[in-house]
Design a protein around this ligand. Structure first.
Ligand code: FEO
Length: 418
């Protein structure tokens, strides 16, 4: 049986993508799932579809439980392709079904399909759909993370079907958080949550906070959260809500990451005394070379830490391309509450460190200037200067961390924050 009953009469009928390693540029070393849910009630209702490559898979899952032609309602919580692109196949099988979708969702769907043949019901926050014995309450979540996004709350089962929010890119044979943690570990799951948040939801921290407050205000009693990717939060939904609130508030670990690239190893050489200086100030440090690290992993590591030092050699008077690319990704994710500095080597004119600071300041991040630069090859004196800058930077990060989080231990730090 490839389906799983997650609540009485509510079945996971999704697909497991064990093979995907590049999710529109985001690396997914553990694959992912496309979760969707079938409510077997007086009026059979399907919530979300799956990526088109897996349409047959979900259709077979549905068939194992009910005749797809009997589906009366299809809820589309979000129109991104990984959740909507098998709607054509579903509607061929259930042509009389009514599609429940937000206004923006419908307008978006019109760009992908000839929707004139389908019946729609446009919904907004507070609208409901009765499936017979169950009531679905819709909750719009615009820009979390697309304008059309919404969630569906099944009142009688205290079940929040949360679309992308609270998801993780994990392919596994088990469907629930407790089962996953028994097989792997809590830390592995928490890493997957942070990775997903950093790369997808980082720009929307304020919205996440206000939406979580709205959920609280609505008094929704939640005892299970079923996202559209990864495992379902059955054992401890409060845990994922707390992790999201912490990340939305910009909380971070008392830790510094050095993210760099190098041409002839001079900038790379600088990372050693910098890291030693950081350690001497009593702060944890990690070093990440960009050309050896997928972009989404570097982004996650940046997000976990309160401070980051960006290392770049100068090439043609500007930043090294991989560093510029990393900062461009970061800019789009609009990070907040992080302290940064820059360093690097140059041959004759220099310019990369200056440019890195300009980009970092334009993002509104706290900077420690002027950073440190060395010509051609770091000397023993340069090593000493790097050590001193690393230590000074770490001390500033500690002060900043105290200001933002007091004595609260590191959060946004898998395995330690809860
Ligand atoms: Fe999983 Fe926004 O799609």
């Amino acid at each position: 049986m490839r389906t799983t009953e997650i609540k009485p009469g509510i079945h996971w009928v999704g697909a497991i993508d064990w093979a995907v390693r590049d999710f529109h540029g985001y690396v997914t070393p553990n694959g992912t799932t496309y979760n969707n849910y079938l409510i077997l009630d007086t009026h059979i209702t399907l919530i979300d579809t799956v990526k088109h490559d897996f349409a047959e898979y979900t259709v077979e899952n549905i068939r194992s439980l009910a005749d797809p032609a009997k589906i009366e309602n299809v809820v589309i919580n979000h129109i991104e392709n990984d959740h909507m692109s098998s709607i054509g196949q579903i509607m061929e099988l259930a042509p009389k079904a009514t599609i429940y979708i937000t206004d923006r969702g419908k307008k978006g769907l019109d760009r992908f399909y000839d929707t004139s043949r389908w019946t729609f019901k446009i919904v907004k926050t507070g609208d409901t759909l009765s499936t017979g014995t169950k009531t679905i309450v819709f909750l719009e979540t615009p820009m979390l993370h697309w304008p059309d996004s919404m969630m569906s709350y099944v009142k009688e089962d205290k079940l929040l079907i949360s679309q992308d929010a609270f998801g993780q890119h994990i392919a596994s044979a088990v469907r629930f958080d407790d089962e996953y943690c028994d097989q792997y570990s809590v830390t592995t799951l928490e890493h997957a949550v942070v990775d997903y948040y950093a790369n997808i939801l980082m720009p929307f921290g304020q919205l996440v906070k206000s939406k979580l407050a709205e959920v609280q205000k609505l008094g929704l009693d939640i005892d299970m959260i079923a996202p559209d990717h990864g495992v379902i939060w059955r054992k401890d939904p409060a845990k994922i809500l707390k992790m999201y609130l912490d990340m939305a508030e910009g909380k971070a670990a008392r830790k510094i990451v050095i993210i760099y690239d190098t041409m002839w190893h001079s900038t790379e050489h600088m990372t050693t005394p910098l890291a030693e200086g950081i350690k001497a100030a009593g702060v944890e440090v990690e070093v990440v070379k960009l050309r050896s690290t997928p972009m989404s992993v570097a982004i996650k590591k940046f997000w976990e830490c309160r401070g980051a030092l960006i290392g770049t050699p100068t090439l043609n008077n500007i930043m090294f391309p991989s560093v510029a690319e990393f900062l461009q990704h970061l800019k789009g994710l609009r990070p907040k509450s992080r302290m940064v500095g820059a360093f690097g080597s140059f041959g004759w004119g220099g310019g990369a460190v200056k440019e890195a600071y300009e980009v970092l300041k334009a993002m509104g991040l706290e900077t420690v200037e002027p950073g440190i630069q060395v010509m051609y090859r770091p000397s023993v004196e340069d090593d000493e200067k790097c050590f001193a800058f690393g230590k000074q930077f770490a001390e500033r990060v500690l002060e900043y961390q105290r200001k933002l989080q007091g004595d609260e231990p590191g959060v946004c730090r898998p395995g330690k924050q809860l």
